[in-house]
Each structure stands twice: as C-alpha cells, then as structure tokens.
Design a protein around this ligand. Structure first.
Ligand SMILES: O=P(O)(O)OC[C@H]1O[C@H](OP(=O)(O)OP(=O)(O)O)[C@H](O)[C@@H]1O
Ligand SMILES: O=C(O)c1cc(=O)[nH]c(=O)[nH]1
Length: 186
C-alpha cells in the first residue's frame, strides 16, 4: 500500500494541485486548491483511489458507500468496481445537492441496492470545513441509512476534522495535506 500511496500522491500533486487565490465552497479564501476530480477521473488515479479507500474500509462492517455529487461521483464508482474485483462487492449511492425536482424527486440515487437501516460510509474528495459531508450525512440519515464513517482523499487540515467530530463523525483520510506534501517529496 505504501507504493500505491506514493503513486497517488504524485498524481494528486501533478494533476490536482494548483496555486493562486481561490474562493472555497465555504466562502473562505485560499491561496491553493486541490481539484481532486482531475485525479479521480485519471485512469491510474481512479484505480489507486479505489484500492486505497477499500484498504481504509477493510475493518468497517458496511453495506455500501456513497457521497455528495459531484466530487464523490467518481470516488463511489472507483470503490464499487474495485470492491467487486476484490470479492467484497459494495454498492454505491450518490447524494444530490438539490432534490431531483421531478420524477422520483429524491436526494439519493442508487437506493434499490440498499435496505432501510443499511450501514454506509460516506466518501469525500477534499475536506476543508467538513460542511459538505455534514450535509450529506443529514440527507443519508433522513433516507433511513446509518452512517458508519466518513473518509476522504485529502484533509486540508483547516478545521473540518474537528467540525465533523463535533457532529459525531470521525474522519479518516488517505492523506492529510501535510502527509501528501511529505509523500510527494520522497
Ligand atoms: O469541507 P467543505 O468546506 O464542505 O469543502 C469541501 C467540498 O468542496 C468541494 O465541492 P464543491 O462545493 O466545489 O462542489 P462540486 O464537488 O460539486 O464541484 C469538494 O468536492 C468538497 O465536497
Ligand atoms: O474548500 C473547498 O471548497 C475545496 C478546497 C479544495 O482544495 N478543493 C476542493 O475541491 N474544494
């Protein structure tokens, strides 16, 4: 797994890291940004994310994974495909930012693969304040699922872990920002 982490760190730093002033989802300003989708939609990046998330999930007794669109969409697919290939099939679901508005008018997509009370882990690409994950968790609980954990590719170490803890959620990450920069150097 060390080798996989190193390879993922290189792709993240190469494809996803950018410097320059940006406004974040929370409205905060930052002088750097991780566009994680560039890595999650890269062939090897997608493979590595699936493998490393599954490794983080190996001790979780869960029925599936999900996450808030759009960042989590490719992550959910990576994990479902990899889980099948590795003999531990985990279905996935996606949480919409707004209810569909017509047809089923639902927030969650993919629910035919889940029963009420199913235990799930929510996936996230980048955590800054944790606000997106907290909102996703509310919607998932409202739909009758149980949250067994929250995991992300990158924890920017800007208070998200603490905010999630205050909301009763323990964050696990493939990388903290510090770890990513260390791994990328070595
Ligand atoms: O921890 P937070 O402060 O909530 O910030 C992190 C969120 O911000 C980004 O999503 P964005 O809102 O840009 O939406 P997108 O994935 O639809 O592009 C990212 O994908 C996370 O979901
Ligand atoms: O906080 C955010 O909105 C955010 C930060 C970041 O580095 N990457 C991202 O996709 N969102």
């Amino acid at each position: 797994m060390t080798d996989l982490r190193k390879r993922l760190a290189r792709i993240l730093l190469d494809k996803s890291y950018m410097e320059g002033e940006v406004t974040l989802t929370s409205g905060k300003k930052s002088d750097y940004y991780f566009d994680c989708k560039q890595t999650a939609l890269h062939a090897e990046g997608s493979y590595l994310i699936g493998k490393l998330f599954l490794e983080l999930l190996k001790d979780y007794d869960i029925d599936g994974v999900g996450g808030m669109t759009l960042g989590a969409d490719p992550l959910v697919s990576s994990v479902t495909v990899t889980s099948f290939a590795e003999g531990r099939p985990l279905p996935g679901f996606i949480v919409r930012k707004k209810p569909k508005g017509h047809g089923t008018n639902q927030y969650l997509e993919g629910m035919a693969n889940f029963e009420q009370g199913a235990k799930v882990v929510l996936l996230e690409d980048v955590v800054t304040t944790g606000g997106t994950l907290i909102k996703a968790c509310e919607r998932v609980r409202d739909a009758g699922l149980e949250i067994a954990g929250v995991v992300c590719v990158l924890d920017r170490e800007e208070g998200g872990r603490e905010n999630l803890k205050n909301a009763g959620l323990e964050l696990t990450s493939i990388f903290t920002r510090r770890e990513l920069l260390e791994e990328g150097k070595a």
